[in-house]
Design a binder for this molecule. Structure first.
Ligand code: ATP
Ligand code: MG
Length: 138
């Protein structure tokens, strides 16, 4: 059954001109890109997006980073897309990411880790709605 997930190419990867290589991997792995947009989050918008982490010690640094420059938001579709995309990204900390994953290859640190992916069906639905309207999914 087809599933959708929200992916973000984070500001570190956009700044380092890795957008094309990451999108190539997305297509090579068989995802359909249903929507895609370049955005520059305000601090407030980044805080809203990562609201579940607001009590974490890294929250203010994370939201500053996520609003530091342009990012690319995408809706990816595939069978089991949520797990499939998180597997392709690899572990949050690049030091612990498997070889061949995006974070192993492109992340610079546990914070500047190149990509985001929704972690469950409920969060995917919420995160898709944070950036896209139904009419944007084509
Ligand atoms: P994401 O939600 O971005 O896909 P994730 O689900 O692998 O990543 P989370 O635990 O949800 O990891 O953390 C959200 C983001 O916060 C991480 O991707 C990373 O950018 C940052 N982060 C997580 N843990 C730390 C940490 N210990 N120190 C600094 N930044 C962190
Ligand atoms: Mg997460």
């Amino acid at each position: 059954m087809q599933e959708r997930t929200l992916a973000i190419i984070k500001p570190d990867a956009v700044e380092r001109r890795l957008t094309g290589r990451i999108i190539q991997r997305i297509e090579d792995e068989g995802f359909q890109i249903r929507a895609m947009r370049r955005i520059h989050l305000s601090t407030r918008e980044a805080e809203g997006f990562y609201a579940v982490h607001r009590e974490r010690p890294f929250f203010s640094s994370l939201t500053r980073f996520m609003s530091s420059g342009p990012a690319i938001v995408l809706v990816l579709e595939a069978p089991d897309a949520i797990t499939k995309w998180r597997t392709l990204m690899g572990a949050t900390d690049p030091a612990r990411a498997e070889p061949g994953t995006l974070r192993k290859e492109f992340a610079q640190s546990i914070e500047r880790n190149a990509t985001h992916g929704s972690d469950a069906p409920e969060t995917a639905a919420h995160e898709l709605g944070y950036f896209f309207a139904g009419i944007d999914l084509v």
